[in-house]
Design a protein around this ligand. Structure first.
Ligand code: KG4
Ligand code: ZN
Length: 346
């Protein structure tokens, strides 16, 4: 089965082709045949954040060329596509609509079914695309720009929420703190780069809800603590030190809660997905703690940590295989800018 995947929920246009091996001899092997990405970073940089209308317009410009690019790269014809998976939510309404409209128009033209995909499910399953994938069941730590959740994952579409942030998402905390330190958009990678030059331990920052006894998070207080230091008048050469201490506080909280989730569920595999999963300090902290617990941490390939089409094509392939009844005739469609993943659990 050949699945085309389309991602357009925020500021990245991603298109990919995934071939699912139906285990028959005349099928080529499973795998990601091609994926192409256009990041809008340059477009939004001068505004310091994503401008939704500009994002939508740019997706419209990029979708067709990226689609042609992956077909060519994979050596496939449009007629060979069996189904078209697209991100139906959550995300920016206008941006989601561009991908959904493209997917449905193409599906109608080719007379193929569509498959609306939950963006977080794409992130969640993306480590399964790596060479050393985890196996079900596992605990997932989802850390993106809009979400911070711990989940027990039993299988495709079988998700149990264990805990989540009560205010800012981890990525949002990175982005807002980066702004406070005068860094540009996107804040997470820039703050991480600055932190590399800093010395740890100079600033005392809180670890919100570290001992709350549950698996929920809160990051708003941490951002406020950074603001307090900034308001006191921080020198330029102190910023890198503050960045390290901020990064350590986030990594500490995420790691402690993730380890608690492993303990509570009795599971030994932790999957980390979403943009913040690209953070090197978080990875080092998690790897060290997991090793101590004789547990294993799984990440998507670095290029697939942030938004991409491959994870949508892949989630589409798994869904089409395990829930074929969810394949839809193209035609009327909607998007869900707000869409809790639990509502999409089987
Ligand atoms: O998953 P993602 O690409 O998009 C959403 O679905 O939100 O995540 C984007 C978030 C942003 O907040 C970005 O600042 C953060 O991930 N991020 C990072 C790093 N790379 C991306 N945060 C910390 N360190 C990084 N290296
Ligand atoms: Zn994302």
């Amino acid at each position: 089965m050949l699945i085309l995947g389309i991602e357009s929920s925020c500021d990245e246009t991603g298109v990919a082709l995934y071939q699912l091996d139906a285990k028959s001899v005349d099928q080529p092997a499973s795998g990601l045949l091609a994926h192409a990405l256009h990041s809008q970073i340059d477009l939004h940089a001068e505004y310091g954040g994503v401008v939704p209308e500009l994002a939508s317009r740019d997706h419209i410009r990029r979708l067709v060329p990226l689609y042609r690019q992956v077909l060519k790269q994979a050596g496939k014809q449009a007629e060979q596509i069996d189904a078209i998976a697209y991100t139906a939510g959550p995300g920016l309404a206008g941006a989601l609509l561009t991908g959904a409209a493209f997917a449905n128009a193409l599906a109608q033209g080719l007379n193929k079914p569509t498959l609306p995909i939950h963006h977080l499910e794409g992130h969640l399953l993306s480590p399964l695309l790596s060479d050393t994938p985890p196996s079900f069941p596992f605990v997932a730590l989802l850390v993106s720009g809009g979400h911070t959740q711990l989940m027990r994952v039993e299988g495709v579409g079988q998700y149990e929420l264990l805990g989540e942030t009560l205010d800012d998402a981890a990525g949002e905390a990175f982005d807002k703190t980066a702004k406070l330190l005068g860094l540009g958009y996107p804040g997470g990678p820039q703050l991480a780069a600055l932190a590399k030059q800093g010395t740890a331990g100079r600033f005392t920052l809180p670890r919100p809800m570290l001992h709350s006894g549950d698996l929920d998070f809160s990051f708003a207080g941490l951002k406020t603590a950074v603001l307090t230091h900034v308001n006191r008048g921080i020198q330029d050469n102190d910023k890198a030190d503050l960045a390290v201490d901020f990064e350590m506080a986030v990594a500490d909280v995420l790691c402690t809660k993730a380890m608690s989730a492993l303990r509570q569920t009795g599971l030994k595999q932790l999957v980390v997905a979403g943009g913040v999963g690209a953070n090197q300090r978080l990875r080092e902290t998690l790897n060290a703690q997991a090793q101590r617990r004789k547990s294993q941490v799984f990440y998507p390939e670095l290029a697939l940590c942030t938004d991409n089409g491959a994870m949508i094509a892949f989630a589409g392939a798994l869904r089409a295989h395990s829930h074929p009844e969810q394949l839809q005739a193209s035609g009327s469609f909607g998007v869900k800018p707000r869409w809790p993943l639990m509502e999409h659990s089987a």
